[in-house]
Design a protein around this ligand. Sequence first.
Ligand SMILES: *Cc1c(COP(=O)(O)O)cnc(C)c1O
Length: 374
Amino acid sequence: MIPFNKPFLTGKETLYIEQAVHSGKISGNGGFTQKCQSFFEEKYGFKKALLTTSCTDALEMCALLIDCSYNDEIIVPSYTFVSSALAFARQGAQIVFADSEEFHPNVDVKKIEALITNRTKAIVVVHYAGVAVDMDEIMQLAQKFNLIVIEDAAQAIDSYYKGKALGSIGHLAAFSFHETKNIIAGEGGLLAINDDKYISRSEIIWEKGTNRAAHFRGEIDKYSWVDTGSSFLPSEITAAFLWAQLENLETIQNKRKAIWDYYFNGLKSLHESGKLKLPQVPDYASNNAHMFYLICDSLATRSSLIEYLKETNIHAVFHYLSLNKSEFFLKNNKEESLPNADHFTDTLVRLPLYFGLGITEQKKIIKTILDFYA
Ligand SMILES: *Cc1c(COP(=O)(O)O)cnc(C)c1O
C-alpha cells in the first residue's frame, strides 16, 4: 500500500533528543527551544516566536492574547480544520463563517466585509495548502475596521506572499509541526507575534500566567502569578526533534516541491481536457508543496476515484467537512449554505505526498488516475 503520509526523519532526531535528555534541562524553554525560536525569528522576520505543543495551542494563545470573549465575533473560513474556529469558540466568541473562493479553497476575501459588524474583533485566515490568502486586501480591511488578523499558518511553513513570509504579516500567526505537515515534531506548534503590543504578555500566557521567562533571563528576582495562561510550552525533547528537522528545511522543501511538480506535469492533461481541476497558485503566492490535491467534478466521481485508487493500493483522502455544517456549530446556530466550501467538502481529494515517496510510486499513482479517467 502506498500510504497517504509517512513521517520523514532526517537522522539526527534521536541524537538531539539524547542530548536534550542528558543536558540537565528537559522541561521547556531550554537550549533547543531557543535555537528553534531564533531560527524562525531570523529566517522569517517574526518579531517573536514561541514554540507550543501544537498549532491548536498557538491559536488558543491568540484567543487569550486578544481577550476574545462572549461579546466578540470572529470571522473564520468554513473550509478548514476544527482548531481555526475552536480556539476562539472555547473563549465564548461567536464564530462567523466565511465561504471559500470559487476555484480555490482559500477564503473569498471579497465576501468578508459583508460579515463585519460592530462586534467583530478578529479575522482568522488559513493559507490552505500553504498558498497565501491575498494579505494586502485582508490587512486593508483590518485597518479600516480596526480588526486583528490571525494567520492560521499551520500548513504554510516556508511559504510567501509577495516575498513576505507567511506568518509575518498578520498581528499573530500559528504554525503546526504535526506529523502530517512539512516540518514535524510529532505534535508541536509555533506562535509568531508580529505586533509589539502582544510580546511581553505572550511569554506570560505561555508560562502558566507567570513572569517566569523574564525571571529565567534574570530580569526580575522572583516570579509569580500575573495573568491568565496555561502550560503551552513544549519540553526540550520536542524542541530537539524539531531542531533536527529545521536543519534540513531546504532539503525537505526541495524534495516536496519536486514531488508536487511531478504530479502537476503528470496530471496536466486531465486539467486541460476539463476532467478535473489541479491546484492553482496565484502570482502573489509561493508554493511550499504542503499538499497536492485534485478537484473532481462531483462527490460521486471523487468517491469512485478514491475507491479505484484503494483497489490499486494507493491511499488518497478527502478532508474538511465545512465547519458551518458541523454538529458542534449547529447546536447553537442555524444551518446556512456556503456553496464554495460545500463544493470543496464534496470534491477535493488529496494524493500521497511525503519526503520518501519514490518516483516509481508516483508514476503508479499518476498512471492509475489517468486510467481511471480513460
Ligand atoms: C494541522 C492544522 C491545524 C492543527 O494543528 P495541530 O498542530 O495538530 O494543532 C490547524 N489548522 C490547520 C489549517 C491545519 O492544517
